[in-house]
Design a protein. Structure first.
Length: 96
């Protein structure tokens, strides 16, 4: 006989962890989801590494200032934002 766990008691899959990383880092996960997230991390070196990479990315990008960007980078970020805002999902054209 197979016993199914209620949805809130099931283990998380790696894809679910990836989708929840931002909420986890922002402290926005409910207590039960946070426990399941951390239980998954305790047994998954890949997701643990992914979380560490996300923390490092946030740390590094949090220290950027507008002066750190080249004019081309600013143009590319502006174009990317505008495409996102307008709901376009076409990749940017290749640069020269």
């Amino acid at each position: 006989m197979i016993t199914l766990k209620p949805p809130w008691r099931r283990d998380l899959a790696c894809q679910q962890v990836v989708e929840l990383v931002t909420d986890y880092l922002e402290g926005a996960l409910p207590r039960g989801a946070r426990r399941r997230f951390e239980a998954h991390l305790s047994g998954c070196p890949h997701c643990t590494e992914y979380l560490a990479q996300m923390r490092r990315t946030i740390e590094l990008t949090g220290s950027l200032t507008p002066d750190d960007l080249t004019p081309r980078m600013r143009e590319e970020f502006t174009a990317l934002y505008r495409r996102w805002r307008d709901g376009e999902d076409q990749p940017p054209p290749p640069g020269p």
